[in-house]
Design a protein around this ligand. Structure first.
Ligand SMILES: O=C(O)[C@H](O)[C@H](O)COP(=O)(O)O
Ligand SMILES: [Mg+2]
Length: 301
């Protein structure tokens, strides 16, 4: 059973136990463009105590560069080497694990942040923000209206707020080809916007999974690919590391797979009823707090 923390002494004990703190972003640090109360004080407190702070987000709409700009705009301190996003992980997976030859291309369902990370790894893309594919015109396979590019060797799907039938059809056509890789940045069903839940990246790739009858390789949490990418850049002792998240089937499972302690906050996706009572999830975090901001009380212990 998860341990519910609510006193300054309990928060202080948690701080003392962990040297490295991995933070999910949407629903933990902020919701849309609203920083959750007390979060900046908690991060300052951790930094004052020389804790290692790492940000691990499944949000693939932003590159690390644009994520950093968001941190700055919202007044949350962060350095580029502390920020890991599923767009970056997907790009690293394609360039290093698949080692896609440079003349081959990736068809993208996703936004500019995903394209930026792919391009930074030297990967050529089609689709994505290309105005030609951001259309509501009917799509058909008539060779006079569309000629598939024979060099497409992978399809990558992330959150795309302009997803449409043309993009889904092209992605489907490519992903059906023998040897074409089917990759998802992340498969979150929803995400917490400033004003409530909206369909997440997993809901964008769902039609493709259904049409293809197969699941993609997932690069974001809870997959080990995300942890491997972080471990390649940052040294930490898993026994003294904690993952803080708002979603059980991504953040908390990610922490558990990696042998890390896990702390669930209730400011995002997961509600009290998901962790208590007869319908509680089988994924049980080690600790639960109402909000990350509550940990600022540790200073008063
Ligand atoms: O669908 C999405 O892209 C995600 O739900 C969302 O952006 C997750 O971000 P995280 O909570 O991992 O920061
Ligand atoms: Mg989250």
């Amino acid at each position: 059973m998860a341990q519910r923390l609510s006193t300054a002494e309990e928060y202080e004990a948690l701080l003392e136990k962990h040297d490295t703190w991995l933070f999910d972003c949407d629903g933990v640090l902020w919701k849309g463009d609203h920083v959750i109360e007390g979060v900046t004080q908690v991060l300052d407190l951790l930094r004052r105590r020389n804790k290692k702070v790492v940000f691990v987000t499944n949000n693939a709409t932003k590159s690390r560069k644009t994520l950093l700009a968001k941190f700055k705009d919202l007044g949350v301190q962060a350095h580029v080497d502390e920020v890991y996003g599923s767009a970056y992980t997907a790009a690293v997976y394609i360039s290093t694990v698949l080692a896609l030859p440079k003349h081959l291309k990736v068809y993208v369902i996703g936004q500019s942040g995903l394209e930026e990370e792919l391009h930074a790894e030297g990967i050529q893309t089609l689709g994505g923000t290309d105005p030609a594919d951001n259309t509501l015109a009917p799509f058909n396979l008539n060779p006079e209206s569309w000629k598939p590019d024979p060099d497409v060797a992978a399809v990558v799907c992330g959150l795309d707020t302009k997803v449409n039938y043309t993009k889904l059809s092209k992605a489907f056509a490519y992903a059906q080809k023998e040897g074409c890789h089917f990759i998802a940045t992340n498969t979150d069903s929803t995400y917490p916007s400033s004003y409530g839940l909206l369909p997440g990246a997993g809901s964008i790739s769902a039609p493709l999974r259904y049409a293809l009858g197969k699941d993609p390789v997932v690069c974001g949490k809870p997959s080990g690919t995300m942890l491997d990418v972080i471990k390649a850049k940052i040294h930490f002792d898993p026994a003294r590391t904690i993952m803080v998240g708002d979603r059980l089937n991504t953040d908390i499972e990610f922490g558990k797979h990696g042998g890390l302690a896990t702390l669930l906050v209730l400011t995002g996706i997961t509600a009290e009823s998901d962790i208590t009572g007869p319908n509680a999830s089988p994924t049980v975090p080690d600790y639960v707090v109402q909000s990350l901001g509550d940990l600022r009380l540790a200073d008063k212990a």
